[in-house]
Design a protein around this ligand. Structure first.
Ligand code: ATP
Ligand code: MG
Length: 323
């Protein structure tokens, strides 16, 4: 069952420069993907590709000068982008939860973590403080936090990075969401803690059947924990499909470049194919966003490439593949 379907999402940053000229940075340029219940989707791409912006656009958390210019984000069939603010607020934190990229700064420094957990539960689900407290303690325990009842009284500044990340995940899960979006949930944590947290997330998805999207620039995380993947470049998905298929047969030249650079493939003799500067979102060429860095670019790349189906849900957006 499709839980989330994002269709042709465009988000721009529109601002005036010092000369009062309007400047448009086209940060998302037609992002489309879908996520089924019970599955984990990995969204990958280099820094600035638009991964976090995709999440905040879907969640209705954009701030000016960012503006959604078009597209739909259907959650259980309802378009989040067209929903009245009150309805979206009710969904967010309850049916859809986002774990943001910087854990420390997103905990309320002035509240004990137990109070934060209790508050989010009661804001969306009501019930007594005692019920919410029991739920919170159980949640911390299920996330592998030792002595959870005592931890409820901790302040955010007392937590290690790994602990803060678990608390954020606990906050996201307190209302039993259907969809969890986790933005770099383990970046900066040591590998042991990273594996613990990702194991927990995977178990949760398998046990409860929720859908999860993990945003990461770590292909190892995608290979080990995700079912599907979507590769993002300059605000567009250039390749997507089941993780096995995409790793076995990376097809878009950008994916080839990205996957070619992983240690496993380097051992197999693959090399990085191109370098070059990151794309300028204020002056993207028409057509394929990767054309300036692509070793296979040709004259036809100035028109938007088709999404070419490669079988078993594997799709690449590239003229060379189509040819
Ligand atoms: N106020 C702004 N004005 C113009 N462009 C902006 C603004 N804020 C962000 N951007 C651009 O939006 C693009 C998308 O940013 P986003 O944070 O989604 O990247 P990301 O893929 O999450 O990267 P990272 O891996 O570093 O987290 C970036 O290229 C960034 O430069
Ligand atoms: Mg980001």
């Amino acid at each position: 069952m499709t839980l989330l379907r994002v269709e042709d999402l465009h988000t721009h940053f529109i601002a005036r420069n010092l000369d009062n000229e309007i400047q448009v940075a086209k940060a998302l340029n037609g992002v489309s993907f879908s996520l089924d219940a019970g599955r984990i989707l990995g969204l990958v791409g280099e820094t600035g590709a638009g991964k976090s912006l995709t999440a905040t656009s879907i969640m209705g958390l954009l701030r000016p000068p960012a503006r959604i210019m078009g597209g739909r984000a259907l959650f259980q069939g309802q378009d989040l982008l067209a929903m009245p603010d009150d309805d979206l607020n009710a969904l967010r934190g309850r049916d859809i939860a986002l774990v943001v990229q910087s854990p420390k700064s997103s905990l309320d420094p002035l509240s004990r973590i137990g109070d934060q957990l209790i508050r989010i539960r009661r804001a969306h689900r009501g019930g007594s403080v005692a019920e919410a407290r029991d739920k919170a303690i159980a949640m911390l325990g299920s996330l592998g936090i030792p002595d959870p009842a005592r931890r409820m009284r901790a302040w955010p500044h007392e937590l290690s990075g790994g602990m803060a990340q678990r608390v954020l995940i606990a906050l996201a899960l307190m209302n039993e969401p259907q969809l969890l979006i986790a933005d770099e949930p383990t970046t900066g944590l040591d590998v042991t803690v990273q594996a613990q947290i990702l194991d927990l997330l995977r178990d949760l998805v398998r046990r409860t059947g929720i859908g999860a999207m993990i945003i990461t620039h770590d292909l190892g995380v995608v290979a080990h924990y995700c079912d599907e993947m979507a590769v993002m470049y300059a605000g567009a998905i250039v390749e997507s499909g089941p993780v096995r298929q995409v790793f076995r047969r990376p097809t878009h030249p950008y994916t080839v470049n990205l996957i070619g650079a992983t240690p496993e493939r380097l051992r197999l003799g693959a090399t990085r194919t191109v370098g070059g500067p990151p794309p300028n979102l204020r002056a993207l060429p028409p057509g394929c966003p990767y054309q300036d860095r692509c070793p296979q670019a040709g004259a036809d790349c100035t028109t938007i490439p088709p999404d070419v189906a490669l079988g078993e849900g594997h799709v690449a957006r590239c003229h060379r593949v189509a040819a």
